[in-house]
Design a protein around this ligand. Structure first.
Ligand code: SF4
Length: 353
C-alpha cells in the first residue's frame, strides 16, 4: 500500500460507522472472500514476575496484582496444551513468556524445544518472548517458528506514558530482527488506555507503514486489571473496537486482523460486527495468558451462526493435510465439504501468512 498519512487514517476513523463498514467490507471481500476465521490459542509458558512496567499488564513485577511469578512450564506440559488446542480446532499455537528480552541459556533452549514440538503436531508456531536479537530470531526460525508477536501497543507519543522501561525504537528493532530471520510478524495494539484518537490513528499508520505490513494484526481492547495503573480506565466502547478493526482492514488488506483481548466483555452481536468489519482471526481457548476469554463452544456456535468457517489446519510434517472434525464452524450447518482431507483443500490448507 502507498504511504498513508496520519490525517488520512484519522479521516477514516472519523467516518460514520456504516459508511466505514461498507468500505472495510469491500476490502475484506476482495482479499478474504473465503470467510475463514483463524483460531489461535495463546498459552503463557512463563507467567508473571516480568521486569517491564507495561501499565496494562498484570504480569509486571512493578504492579501489585493477583498474578504472581510462576516457574516456566515444561516442554511436555506445553505440548500437551498444544495437542488439546489442536483437537479443539486451533491451527496456530502461540507461546508467551513474561520476559523483557530473551536471554541465551536453558530457558531459551526450552522455548526452542517447545517450538519444535508444536511444529511436530502440524500446528503453526508463534511466540511472544519480549525483545529478540538477530541470532536468537534465526535460532527460532531454524526450529520452525512461523510467527513472532511483538505489539507496538499505541502511538510513539503515547508509548512513553504506558511503558517506561523500553522505547518504541526497541520495539521496532525486534520487529526488524524477526523480519530479517524470515519469520512472519504479528504486531498490533491496544485501545482503551486513555489514548487520544490521534494516537489510534498514528498506531494504525505506523503498522500500515511497516514494510512489508505485518501478516497478523491483533487489535486489543484493554482488560483493566486490578492492581495495574490502568485498573480504573472506563470500558472500551465496542463501536470504537469495530472502528479500529475496520480501518486496520482497509489499511492492511492482506493481513489477518485478530480480534484479541477484551473479547469476553463483548456481546455476541458486537463480536459479529468486529468480524463483519474485517477481523478474520480470534484467540481461541478459555484463557488469554492470564485473563478470561470466551469458551470454545460459544465461539464455534457464533461462527456457525454467522456462516463463517475456520481456517483449515496446516499440513503435517509428512505433507498430509490435517483437519480436525471440530474445526469447521459450518459442520452440520450447510458446509458442503466433507470433513476430511477434501475439506482441508477446499478451505485452503496453505495458511502460511
Ligand atoms: S513485557 Fe509483556 S509480560 Fe512484561 S509487563 Fe510488558 S506486557 Fe507484561
Amino acid at each position: 500500500m502507498a504511504t498513508v498519512s496520519r490525517e488520512e487514517v484519522r479521516t477514516l476513523l472519523d467516518l460514520p460507522l456504516l459508511p466505514l463498514l461498507d468500505k472495510a467490507r469491500a476490502v475484506h471481500l476482495a482479499h478474504h472472500g473465503d470467510n475463514e476465521v483463524q483460531l489461535c490459542t495463546l498459552l503463557s509458558v512463563k507467567t508473571g514476575g516480568c521486569p517491564e512496567d507495561c501499565s496494562y499488564c498484570p504480569q509486571s513485577s512493578h504492579h501489585d496484582t493477583a498474578v504472581g511469578a510462576e516457574r516456566m512450564l515444561d516442554v511436555d506440559q506445553v505440548i500437551a496444551s498444544a495437542r488439546r488446542a489442536k483437537d479443539l480446532g486451533s491451527t496456530r499455537f502461540c507461546m508467551g513468556a513474561a520476559w523483557r528480552e530473551v536471554k541465551d541459556g536453558p530457558a531459551f533452549d526450552r522455548v526452542v524445544d517447545m517450538v519444535r514440538g508444536v511444529k511436530d503436531l502440524g500446528l503453526e508456531a508463534c511466540a511472544t518472548l519480549g525483545m529478540l536479537t538477530g541470532p536468537q530470531a534465526e535460532r527460532l526460525k531454524e526450529a520452525g517458528l512461523d510467527a513472532y508477536n511483538h505489539n507496538l501497543d499505541t502511538s510513539r507519543e503515547a508509548y512513553r506514558s504506558i511503558i517506561k522501561t523500553r522505547t518504541y525504537d526497541d520495539r521496532l528493532r525486534t520487529l526488524q530482527n524477526v523480519r530479517s530471520a524470515g519469520i512472519s510478524v504479528c504486531c498490533g495494539g491496544i485501545i482503551g488506555m486513555g489514548e487520544a484518537l490521534e494516537d489510534r490513528a498514528e498506531l494504525l499508520r505506523t503498522l500500515a507503514s511497516l514494510e512489508p505490513q505485518p501478516e497478523s494484526v491483533p487489535i486489543n481492547a484493554l482488560v483493566a486489571v486490578e492492581g495495574t495503573p490502568l485498573a480504573d480506565m472506563p470500558p472500551v466502547d465496542p463501536f470504537d473496537l469495530v472502528r479500529m478493526i475496520a480501518v486496520a482492514r482497509i489499511l492492511m488488506p492482506k493481513s489477518r486482523v485478530r480480534l484479541s483481548a477484551g473479547r469476553s466483555s463483548l456481546t455476541r452481536e458486537a463480536q459479529a460486527m468486529c468480524l463483519f468489519a474485517g477481523a478474520n482471526s480470534i484467540f481461541y481457548g478459555e484463557k488469554l495468558l492470564t485473563t478470561a476469554n470466551p469458551e470454545e463452544a460459544a465461539d464455534l456456535e457464533l461462527l456457525r451462526t454467522l456462516g463463517l468457517t475456520t481456517l483449515a489446519p496446516v499440513a503435517d510434517a509428512s505433507g498430509s493435510p490435517r483437519h480436525s472434525e471440530h474445526a469447521c464452524a459450518n459442520k452440520g450447518a450447510g458446509c458442503g465439504h466433507k470433513h476430511d482431507h477434501e475439506h482441508a483443500h477446499a478451505h485452503g490448507e496453505a495458511v502460511a501468512e
